[in-house]
Design a protein. Structure first.
Length: 449
């Protein structure tokens, strides 16, 4: 499996390498806006960026929200703390949809642009992580997914994006979106780099009681399962190309099986009810007092003070606070929130059964990266529906990976492979095997040695 971390660390680098990398990143950042700010000096280790909702000591972490602007954490997230300082060099925080709320990466100021076509979105919410990976040759990004925020931008930007089993990587130091769904994961240009970093950052952490030390396995059968309902609504060009991809996999010795999962199409409302309920409680702590943007005018009454403070939230954050509060309100929670929890349990059971027979495979997204103007004019329900394929594994906490399998009209197309809990290596190895067969394209190679 390709991994350039060890060879990078061993390589003799030109004297001006760090200076040149910094300049190249600066120029690309001016063009694609993937970083919140590039760092002043880059160390000599393997370059890594960090999604802006993950804490790096002494570096502003705003989760791309105005309400958190100016918040500088005095500590590292566990995933960052576990990267050895002598081998990894921090290059900057990456832009994202505010608090992770979004699918296109456009719910923030000065959003990133897609390195394959600047008129198109990068996908979200780990938008800047995907764009940075697509333009910097030797690089990993520590990103995060709640409902598809790693797979989606990985697919739109033509990179590899891995989301581990829920609990495999500590969430300590992550600015929560929805605690029962958030996972810290990794993006890079190869599955080998991802495996290397995953082994460094995973494992139990006393500071996150949901993290576990469970052994990670690689139960890898040659059976691939296509869930037919997940194919509904996918762009015809992607479906045709996916068929060719499946034929290629068959020629590599894989068998393809088709199955259906009862009510799987209900995973979208199930996910959005649970995630909004949790988001509305998590966002309650941003009141203009303790974190980030402070309100100092105390002349107004209590209600006006809080309205002013919470006006710094973007449109999508406000929408989710209102809907999340609604679905968990005393009289209604049985109709929405509790029903969604029951459905989630059912999906975990049914999909676990299916995953004991092989990996689930599909295109990652139903379309190519949309144009920014088209994405911005979609209504919320149409936007949420874009997550139809990435939601099931995220809702159930299953490990999954997205990797490029074709290019259509110059834009990358990603496939997503899903496996059962703690069988994370099987999807990483599967993507690694594919990389031997298919060459990824990148238009930019900042930091090439
Ligand atoms: N698009 C999904 C949402 O807005 C997923 C985002 C994420 O994984 N953070 O909730």
């Amino acid at each position: 499996m390709k991994c350039d971390i060890k060879s990078f660390l061993d390589a003799e680098k030109p004297d001006d390498y760090q200076e040149r990398l910094k300049e190249e990143i600066g120029a690309l950042n001016a063009k694609f806006h993937m970083l919140t700010a590039a760092v002043n000096s880059i160390g000599s280790g393997f370059p890594f960026s960090v999604k802006d909702n993950i804490c790096v000591k002494g570096v502003e972490a705003s989760a791309s929200s105005r309400i958190l602007s100016g918040y500088v954490p005095p500590f590292n997230a566990t995933a960052i703390e576990r990267l050895p300082k002598e081998s990894f060099a921090f290059i900057g925080k990456t832009k994202m949809d505010e608090f992770g709320l979004g699918t296109f990466g456009i719910n923030c100021d000065d959003h990133p642009l897609n390195p394959f076509d600047e008129k198109r979105v990068t996908g979200g919410s780990s938008a800047g992580s995907a764009a940075a990976t697509a333009v910097i040759k030797h690089h990993v990004s520590i990103a995060e997914s709640t409902g598809g925020s790693i797979s989606c931008p990985a697919s739109f930007c033509g990179v590899v994006g891995f989301t581990p089993t829920y609990g495999a990587v500590s969430r300590y130091g992550l600015i929560d979106y929805a605690n029962s769904l958030d996972k810290i994961g990794i993006m890079s240009r190869s599955a080998g780099n991802i495996k290397y970093v995953f082994d460094l950052i995973r494992g139990e952490d006393p500071r996150d009681s949901t993290s576990v030390s469970t052994e990670i396995s690689n139960r890898h059968s040659k059976n691939l399962i296509v869930i037919d309902q997940l194919m509904d609504g996918i762009d015809q060009r992607i479906l045709k190309s996916f068929d060719r991809f499946l034929s290629k996999l068959q020629s590599l010795g894989y068998s393809i099986e088709h199955r259906s999962i009862p009510f799987i199409e209900k995973s979208i409302p199930t996910y959005y009810i649970i995630s909004m309920a949790e988001a509305s409680t998590n966002l309650a702590k941003y009141t203009g007092f303790k974190y980030g943007h402070k309100i100092t005018d105390f002349s107004k009454g209590y209600n006006d003070f809080f309205s002013d403070a919470r006006d710094s939230f973007g449109m999508e954050a406000k929408r989710r606070v209102v809907l999340g509060t609604f679905v968990r309100s005393a009289g209604l929670k049985g109709r929405y929130y509790e029903k969604a929890l029951r459905l989630r349990s059912m999906f975990i059971e049914k999909l676990s059964e299916t995953l004991s027979a092989g990996l689930i495979i599909s295109p990652t997204m139903p379309s190519l990266a949309p144009k920014i103007k088209d994405a911005g004019s979609l209504d919320p329900i149409a936007t949420y529906s874009m997550d139809s394929i990435t939601i099931p594994p995220n809702l159930c906490g299953f490990p999954h990976i997205s990797f490029p399998f074709d290019y259509i009209d110059g834009m990358p197309v990603g496939a997503q492979a899903v496996s059962g809990h703690f069988n994370d290596y099987s999807v990483i190895d599967f993507a690694g095997e594919w990389e031997e067969q298919f060459e990824y394209k990148f238009n930019y190679n900042a930091g090439a040695l």
